[in-house]
Design a protein around this ligand. Structure first.
Ligand code: SF4
Ligand code: SF4
Length: 184
């Protein structure tokens, strides 16, 4: 009888000590992290402002996305030759490109859109590009209220810039001169 009462008391005291010790350990960890720099990012406020093109969200993200992550495409529009290689390589036909060819190898850009509601992020379009002017960036944010808003425009500009107009004029003058020489 005495033994049971002793075990009961020591068990009771052990429970108190265990409870007290676990509380102390927890508070110790809290205290340690209380002085550390917070690692929680305020999303999306922490994202740095940068533009990948008209209609694209701000980027790049200011925190860990793997270097080879396949995110929203980036187009180096100046290098693109409107060959449609990327469009042909796409297994789900989610790339739409529209441009008009002008004299002097100038392109009058209308649109270069990708429907991210369909895109598989497979990268086949990037591999097919003969100018290496299409790649997949690390922008991952595709949050939209409407599915139709998942079609993004990659063009940085549309239409003809001043330097394009000059190139067209120069090409037309050259062609005119050639015709005149050929006629005389
Ligand atoms: S990543 Fe794949 S699915 Fe997406 S546009 Fe390129 S080829 Fe098409
Ligand atoms: S394959 Fe490359 S060069 Fe050809 S249209 Fe696509 S992005 Fe432009």
């Amino acid at each position: 009888m005495t033994t049971t009462a002793g075990a009961g008391l020591s068990g009771y005291l052990r429970n108190i000590w265990t409870g007290f010790w676990s509380c102390l350990s927890g508070m110790g960890i809290t205290w340690k992290y209380f002085w550390k720099k917070p690692v929680t990012y305020e999303y999306p406020e922490t994202r740095e402002a940068a533009s990948y093109g008209e209609g694209l969200p701000a980027g790049p993200p200011s925190f860990g996305v793997a270097e080879r992550y396949r995110g929203i495409h980036r187009l180096e529009q100046d290098l693109c030759i409107f060959c449609m290689g990327c469009k042909r390589a796409c297994p789900v036909d989610c790339i739409e490109i529209e441009a008009a060819r002008k004299p002097g190898k100038v392109l009058d850009w209308k649109s270069f859109r990708i429907d991210y509601g369909l895109c598989l992020f497979c990268g086949l379009c990037v591999e097919a590009c003969p100018r290496s002017c299409l790649d997949m960036g690390n922008e991952y944010s595709l949050v939209r209220f409407e599915g139709s808003d998942l079609t993004l425009e990659l063009l940085g500009w549309k239409g003809l810039r001043e330097k394009d107009l000059e190139a067209i004029r120069a090409a037309e003058e050259k062609a005119k001169k050639k015709n005149e020489e050929g006629g005389s």
